[in-house]
Design a protein around this ligand. Structure first.
Ligand SMILES: O=C(O)CCC(=O)C(=O)O
Length: 305
């Protein structure tokens, strides 16, 4: 389904922010926050229906994604399917991943006055899908200043122990430790190895790993320094699906060339400038009401109105 272009989303059109100071405090303390029913069942279906065409190389806009794992007919049938850079491929997905509301919540949790697109990723774990290494998302954002991201991770199916939950470690966003860019899929060793190493560096004896359990349409907001990963999907029949929408600060810039990592961001660096181009990383929400103008013609905002 192709959404028609809409009017610009001005400040007044964004629904009131339904997040409290107490929730913001919890996010700062623990590095995550559960947010119920961010999407309706119809919206969950609308998003999920777009995934099969994408993984079968049918891109509504004709544009390929930034990152893509798990191809029917080529990959192992149980391979985790992950695709990043969805908004450029499909305008129905863009109408969610570029929404002002999610960017507003992301920014508010981080104390930013504005938020721009960072990355948008779907994670599809079929029955018996392998593990995903523990990691910190900010590791993949270190070529950006500030090197900080925040993610709204939305369940599109039941996310539960029996389908291989997302796992997080509350408070680990405070740990003084390092991480490195890794290929995250199907590790040969224990998928928690990077976590054990980080905990040791931070002087934490027994990190508390919490499985995230969510019904479809509910979300968890994740601080970019929070350690997260997932085990295999033990179900013989059920596929676990999610959509992760990550923001950067609206005022973010590139670090100097050669500083930090960002294998996707670096594709979009403009020579001779540290500015992040809004054509690739649009500003989605700002306290001033500013939103990158081309968005109004590109797609609707599915969460406005
Ligand atoms: O969905 C998963 O299994 C992993 C997701 C994840 O690690 C992430 O969103 O950073």
């Amino acid at each position: 389904m192709k959404p028609s272009p809409s009017e610009p989303a001005a400040l007044g059109q964004v629904p009131p922010l339904d997040i409290t100071p107490a929730q913001i405090e919890l996010f700062h303390q623990h590095g995550y926050l559960i947010f119920d029913n961010i999407l309706t069942p119809d919206q969950v279906t609308q998003i999920s229906e777009r995934f099969d065409p994408l993984f079968n190389t049918q891109f509504e806009t004709g544009i390929y994604p930034d990152e893509w794992y798990g191809r029917p007919g080529l990959s192992q049938p149980n391979a985790t399917q992950q695709m990043t850079g969805l908004w450029r491929c499909d305008r129905t997905l863009a109408s969610f991943t570029l929404s002002a509301k999610i960017a507003q919540i992301n920014a508010t949790l981080m104390g930013w006055g504005s938020a721009r697109y960072g990355f948008d990723t779907c994670w599809i774990k079929p029955p018996n899908a392998p593990a995903v290494y523990f990691h910190r998302n900010n590791t993949y954002t270190s070529c950006i200043a500030p090197p900080a991201t925040v993610t709204c991770w939305i369940a599109l199916s039941d996310v539960a122990l029996k389908t291989g939950s997302l796992e997080i470690v509350p408070g680990s966003h405070f740990w003084d430790c390092t991480d490195q860019v890794r290929f995250l899929h199907a590790p040969q060793e224990d998928y928690r190895t990077p976590l054990w190493q980080a905990a040791q560096a931070a002087g934490i004896q027994s990190p508390q790993i919490v499985p995230i359990v969510l019904p479809p349409g509910s979300a968890v907001f994740l601080h970019g320094n929070l350690w997260r990963g997932s085990g295999n999907n033990p179900s013989a029949t059920k596929t676990r699906r999610s959509l992760a929408i990550s923001s950067l600060a609206g005022h973010a810039k590139f670090q100097l060339p050669g500083v930090g990592n960002g294998y996707i961001f670096e594709r979009y660096r403009q020579q001779g400038s540290l500015d992040i181009a809004e054509s690739y990383y649009p500003v989605l929400w700002s306290q001033t009401g500013y939103r990158t103008p081309f968005l109004a013609d590109y797609c609707q905002d599915a969460l406005v109105g």
